[in-house]
Design a protein around this ligand. Structure first.
Ligand SMILES: NC(=O)c1ccc[n+]([C@@H]2O[C@H](COP(=O)([O-])OP(=O)(O)OC[C@H]3O[C@@H](n4cnc5c(N)ncnc54)[C@H](OP(=O)(O)O)[C@@H]3O)[C@@H](O)[C@H]2O)c1
Length: 245
């Protein structure tokens, strides 16, 4: 059984909604301390109201796309406030569907900021040995099935998610000497506010032979990868798609 103690502190981004919320709640339920990062205080408070151990759920309001180069300092500031980190679950992100002929550089930059640059600069801070616990620490990024099985209109999103997988593999090599593991989880359609914006839920329900993916399907995988049970797993991209790609 996976369990944590409150001295194990995890940064979870995107904790105000969807997959990040699921990861934050599960880590907290299993005994860990969570630093829950997102922009929307109301939704973060709603998430915290659902958690099992509110005293171990700390809310941090932050626009991760605002000053990306300062993110390593941000991690250091969080470390000074909460202590050294055992893990980072990067679950923040946006999707933007843009066919080639309406490709817009500004929108592409906006997406790359939160889906690619911010996770790298946050990891730069996390990977600083003064900010993490060393051996046993773990980073998990939420990428996407779009990185592998692409569709029309996904050029920017698929590119950012594929880049994240490749960079995670590099980070895994670089951080292995500290005993830090780095993995990606790549879901297909999971019912969250994001997917409700872009897809027809009835189509999803019938497409997957085991029904639509739920937040818990991804959260369980992420939390397993953050735990000691996965101590020999690194530099991988785990697909969570009901076997459908
Ligand atoms: N749902 C799926 O089917 C699916 C499939 C494959 C991959 N993914 C990936 O999984 C990740 C999470 O998706 P989701 O479905 O959970 O989406 P979601 O419900 O829309 O949640 C997105 C989260 O990202 C945060 N966020 C967005 N921009 C931010 C910014 N600039 N600074 C800080 N936080 C920011 C949001 O918080 P605030 O608005 O409060 O800041 C929110 O908590 C994304 O990277 C997505 O691409 C999702």
């Amino acid at each position: 059984m996976i369990s944590f103690n409150k001295e194990q502190i995890f940064i979870v981004t995107g904790a105000s909604s969807g997959l990040g919320e699921g990861v934050a709640l599960l880590l907290n339920e299993l005994g860990a301390t969570v630093v829950a990062v997102a922009r929307n205080l109301e939704r973060l408070n709603a998430m915290r109201a659902k958690c099992k151990f509110p005293e171990n759920m700390h809310i941090e309001i932050k626009d991760l796309a605002e000053d990306i180069e300062a993110l390593p300092q941000y991690v250091k500031d969080l470390k000074n406030k909460y202590g050294k980190f055992t893990g980072l679950a990067y679950c923040a992100g946006i999707v933007d569907i843009q066919p080639l002929q309406i490709l817009d550089y500004g929108s592409m930059q906006k997406l790359f900021n939160i889906d690619y640059y911010a996770p790298l600069f946050l990891s730069k801070g996390f990977g600083d040995r003064r900010n993490n616990v060393g051996r046993g620490a773990s980073i998990v990024f939420i990428s996407s099935i779009a990185a592998i099985s692409t569709d029309r209109g996904m050029a920017t999103y698929a590119g950012a998610k594929a880049a994240l997988i490749s960079s995670a593999k590099v980070m895994a090599r670089e951080l292995a000497s500290q005993g830090i593991r780095v993995n990606c989880v790549s879901p297909s359609d999971i019912i969250t506010p994001m997917i409700k914006e872009t897809e027809d839920n009835r189509t999803i329900e019938t497409f997957y032979p085991l029904g639509a993916g739920q937040v818990s399907d991804v959260a369980n995988m992420v939390v397993f990868l953050l735990s000691d049970k996965a101590h020999w797993l690194s530099r991988q991209n785990y697909i969570v798609d009901c076997g459908c790609i």
